[in-house]
Design a protein around this ligand. Structure first.
Ligand SMILES: [Zn+2]
Length: 580
């Protein structure tokens, strides 16, 4: 009896489907499991459950994050990859081994061989193919991989010097195309993407070539490389981004995209000559990091509902506001992506273009040649657009054009520099927009700040100190009743603090999320705007309608363990923006 028969017997697979799979497996010589999974005939969990019953070997589901990287070393990576077997856990006596193919005699022999030498007892469990692949990733170690590539390079260089004495620019160019350098650059980029870095800096120092990653806003050294490979590494990046290799005295800008783990990632490259040589800064434009779902960005509950409601209208102005680096353009891109449908003409005017979105007509302003937001906007309006994104409204002319576009049946997205959502209206009035035009044009004003997200793997739940608890309760008191009802009773109030673990590079945090405050235009708010549009009055009306402030949104995220109270206070009590 084969696994296929077992699947038919269990009613998971139809007889004729099994027969055709059998034929395919015989002809291709592939593993049954792989062929079955690829055919999509049954889900992986069902397949491995059946296999577990078939072989009478227990199936183990395990979170790869729970695996201690040290025990992985008990089976060398190459062996693990080849036989698809991997250490899972170790107790005083036994080692647990997960195998995708425990029935494979060669794999069994390899296990015996490895552990006889180590005098180690072990137990075998069945694991699914995807569990195996996920654990296998834990073997990856940047330093080790780069170290190996460097050794390879060293050997090559030694062979080279026998033949020739000096290294010319052409030499570096050739070297840049060769396996070790290509590999080093690929490993750096992959690690940056996987580590959710936003930027990579590769810069010469007096003694080393330093690689730093920007993680959640601050730079961390990631790797030091021998200075002698500096020209080849820079040349490799220039080749990728189509820059002039021999031009090292002036800054150059370019971009390239590569596929990391099956996702296409854009990199924006900028070179800069320093006294020690050229440095390179690479901005990672991972579309899945920047443009997650609205939930990933931090919209939830009432805010999410209002957002969806506000952008469902066929026209109107949506303004995103906050200081530089608060993620406001990411929010606009996420909205833009949602509005970008076949039937719509979507045009943008940006400075600079940060993400490429399939199907959107994106253009960059060039104020130095007179192509600024206002002029660009006039041109765009002749392009029969449905949705327009304007990078920023910073002058009266752009403000007035944006309002008019919104009033004449376009969806207009833009950013504005204000502290909070309520501040948008007085700011527009400052920019000479007539109050009676604001309410019909403006749909939403979204204010936001970014906070660091607690690492889910190591965050710790604690009872807040009395003064913090008091402050939390005070804020909770002002929340709309519908939200208050969903919270724990005040005596059980808990918050979370950062710890630090392997998974988060001992930072205690992983990634960032936004705190939002969304103002929705309503009839009663329109009245306030016509009568007495001060920020205080607008805020009062918005709160009466149930608007959640950024601080309140932050507190809700603190109570759910998304971030810490310190983070929320840091961003909501920072200096006020002055209108420059
Ligand atoms: Zn952690």
């Amino acid at each position: 009896m084969s696994l296929l028969d077992k699947l038919v017997e269990k009613g998971l697979l139809k007889k004729d489907k099994a027969a055709s799979l059998k034929l395919e497996i015989e002809q291709s010589g592939r593993k049954e499991e792989e062929a079955i999974l690829e055919s999509g005939a049954i889900p992986e969990t069902d397949l491995f459950q059946a296999k577990s019953e078939f072989l009478k070997i227990p199936l183990k589901e395990i979170n790869p994050e729970k695996i201690n990287p040290e025990i992985l070393e008990m089976i060398p990576e190459e062996t693990a990859r080849y036989y698809q077997m991997i250490p899972l856990a170790k107790s005083a006596k036994d080692l647990e081994i997960g195998m995708v193919y425990p029935e494979d005699l060669k794999a069994q022999e390899a296990l015996k061989f490895i552990f006889r030498r180590q005098r180690q007892n072990y137990n075998v469990f069945l694991i699914s193919l995807s569990t195996f692949k996920n654990i296998l990733k834990k073997y990856r170690n940047q330093k080790k991989e780069v170290g190996m590539a460097l050794e390879e390079l060293e050997t090559e260089l030694q062979q080279e010097t026998v033949k020739k004495k000096s290294s010319t620019a052409a030499e570096f160019e050739r070297m840049a195309e060769e396996a070790p350098i290509t590999k080093i650059v690929a490993v750096i980029l992959r690690n940056a993407v996987e580590g959710l870095a936003s930027d990579v800096h590769i810069e010469p120092t007096k003694t080393k070539l330093r690689v730093r990653f920007r993680l959640m806003g601050s730079l961390h050294p990631s790797l030091f490389l021998p200075l002698k490979i500096h020209p080849a590494v820079i040349a490799r990046i220039k080749i990728l981004s189509n820059l002039k290799i021999d031009e090292t005295r002036v800054p150059q800008d370019g971009r390239f995209s590569i596929s990391v783990e099956g996702k296409s990632i854009d990199f924006r490259v900028s070179t800069f000559p320093t006294t020690l040589g050229e440095k390179v800064a690479i901005r990672i434009l991972d579309p899945t990091v920047g443009l997650g779902t609205f939930e990933d960005l931090g919209f939830e509950g009432r805010n999410l509902e209002i957002l969806k409601q506000g952008i469902a209208k066929p026209y109107g102005l949506v303004l995103s506001t906050g200081p530089t680096g608060s993620g406001k353009s990411t929010t606009l891109y996420a909205i833009l992506q949602l509005l970008d449908t076949e039937g719509r003409n979507v045009v943008t005017l940006e400075d600079p273009v940060e993400y490429f979105i399939e199907g959107v007509n994106q253009s960059q302003v060039r104020p130095e040649i007179g192509y600024d937001f206002a002029i660009g906007l006039r041109h765009i309006l002749r392009q029969d657009p449905n949705v327009i994104m304007v990078g920023e409204i910073r002058d009266e002319e752009t403000a007035s054009l944006a309002i008019n576009a919104a009033l004449t049946g376009h969806i207009v997205l833009s950013t504005l520099h204000t502290n909070n959502a309520a501040g948008v209206i007085p700011r527009l009035i400052d920019m000479k927009i007539k109050p009676y035009l604001i309410s019909p044009a403006l749909q939403l004003a979204i204010a936001q700040r970014l906070v660091m997200k607690l690492c889910n793997n190591c965050k710790k739940e604690i009872e807040p100190k009395p003064e913090i608890k008091e402050m939390l309760l005070r804020e909770i008191e002002t929340l709309p009743l519908s939200i208050k009802k969903t919270l724990k009773p005040s005596k059980n109030l808990t918050i979370f603090v950062a710890q630090g673990c392997e998974k988060c590079n001992k930072m205690g945090f992983a990634g960032r999320i936004a705190l939002f405050e969304i103002l929705l235009m309503t009839d009663s708010l329109a009245d306030v705007i016509l009568k007495e549009p001060s920020e205080a009055n607008i805020l009062k009306e918005a709160k009466a309608q149930g608007m959640i402030t950024m601080k309140q949104d932050g507190i809700l995220k603190v109570l759910r363990g998304v971030t810490t109270i310190e983070e929320v206070l840091r961003v909501t009590e920072e200096k006020q923006i002055t209108n420059d």
